[in-house]
Design a protein around this ligand. Structure first.
Ligand code: GDP
Ligand code: MG
Length: 400
């Protein structure tokens, strides 16, 4: 799963990225590092099944802190957008190109209104977060239009005299954008273009189609960042008019908390609504002041918003479920004795066979049956997994 971070310049995209891709705790053999220049590992937080099953887990690829499971996902930081980006202004095309792979987007806006449209610093309250939100979406849609238009003539020529479906042709044009043909078909219907000849599409038809497609294929949440100063609260009210979920966020506070936690100054689990200062350390006056400010925003908003945003993208926008594969359904271990070794994020309609394939191609090929560790019942390949299922898979390739 890949979450892309988009937005205007200087709204705090990189701060959000840094906040989201560090865990602030020391753990052995886990890759927190950036895997490619702009791609890092972040985590989804979910209550682990270890408490329900009364086991002490020893995960391999995720982390469990006090019964909270942190499951890795990939996050992409992208260059800031400026108006006109779709036609190549600024680093526009580079930005938009990197958004193509994302399954969902976090759209960061400056809710303090401390930047203008070009991302230059202005007095808080001068910038307009609604306008920011709109222009970024507009750029995104225009970029899709530009992408499609380039090949549209050829596409409509291709369509002449062939029985091929318009959705197939469009799907080919949009390949590489992580967009499914089914999404194209639905967008054609929703945009009222189903059955309309491609050669007779107007410019506004094309824009309408791209907008509908973008909403479906790149679901998005707005991170109302910099919620700690300026007229953030009244701007938050205004942002409610968007047809996108908006979550207030203070990325800078999250960075600070994780750093403090890593350095042993305080105890904080990402997503918590409070933190404890380590009684053994003596804080400097400015550290105390900074932490008081952080505590004030936590009290006001309930959290820094960073973890909540990742979780909403994963469970809300993308509707994922968490499933734990094990090799022994009684002790919940793998062959090596690791307890609840893995937690996988899977799309909500996944089956037991899908899980097997995800664990290992061979395990999927030789799938015989699965066992639900809760009920100890056998289930078949088509069994629809539920959130928090703990599943043993038995396959012709399983060796005991
Ligand atoms: N007060 C405050 N400042 C922030 C917050 N997030 C980012 N900033 C500041 O906003 C500026 C731009 O941040 P940056 O992450 O570089 O923005 P980008 O251009 O969108 O990547 C920096 O000076 C950050 O310290 C926040 O939550 N609160
Ligand atoms: Mg940046």
């Amino acid at each position: 799963m890949l979450i892309g971070i988009i937005g205007k310049s200087n709204v705090g995209k990189s701060t959000f990225f840094n906040a989201a891709t560090s865990l602030g705790v020391q753990t052995a053999n886990f890759p927190f590092t950036t895997i490619e220049p702009n791609i890092g590992i972040g985590h989804i937080r979910t209550p682990c099944v270890c408490t329900e099953f009364h086991v002490k887990d020893n995960p391999l690829h995720s982390i469990c802190i006090d019964g909270n499971r942190y499951i890795p996902i990939r996050i992409l930081d992208v260059a800031g957008l400026v108006p006109g980006a779709h036609s190549g202004r600024g680093l526009g095309n580079q930005f938009l190109d990197s958004a193509r792979e994302a399954d969902a987007l976090v759209h960061v806006v400056d809710v303090a209104g401390s930047t203008d449209l070009e991302g230059r610093a202005v007095n808080p309250g001068t910038g307009d977060p609604i306008q920011d939100a709109d222009f970024v979406l507009e750029e995104f849609d225009l970029w899709l239009v530009t992408n499609l238009k380039k090949n549209l003539e050829k596409a409509s020529r291709d369509l002449q005299g062939t029985p091929e479906k318009i959705s197939k042709v469009l799907s080919r044009q949009l390949s590489g954008l992580s967009i499914k043909e089914s999404q194209i078909i639905t967008s054609l219907i929703e945009a009222g273009l189903d059955g309309k000849k491609l050669s007779s599409w107007s410019a506004s038809d094309l824009l309408m189609f791209c907008r509908t497609l973008r909403k479906m294929a790149k679901p998005m949440i707005v991170a109302a960042n910099k919620a700690d100063f300026g007229p953030a609260e009244s701007n938050l009210q205004k942002l409610k008019s968007l047809d996108t979920e908006v979550i207030p966020c203070i990325s800078e506070a999250e960075v600070m908390l994780k750093l403090g936690s890593k350095n042993g100054l305080l105890r904080y689990r990402p997503g918590d609504s409070s933190f404890d200062i380590n009684p053994k350390v003596l804080l400097r006056e400015e550290q105390k002041k900074a932490l008081e400010k952080v505590q004030a925003v936590l009290t006001k908003y309930g959290s820094t918003g960073v973890q909540q945003i990742l979780n909403r993208v994963c469970f809300g926008l993308l509707g994922m479920i968490v499933v734990y594969p094990v090799e022994d359904e009684n002790r919940l271990i793998d062959k090596k004795g690791n307890v609840l070794p893995d937690a996988y994020l899977l799309p909500k309609d996944s089956t037991a066979k899908d899980l097997a394939e995800r664990v290992h191609e061979q395990l999927g090929k030789g799938f015989l049956y699965a066992v639900d560790a809760r009920s100890k019942q056998r289930v078949g390949a088509e069994y629809k997994l539920k959130d928090r299922d703990v599943i043993k898979i038995v396959s012709t390739t399983s060796r005991r």
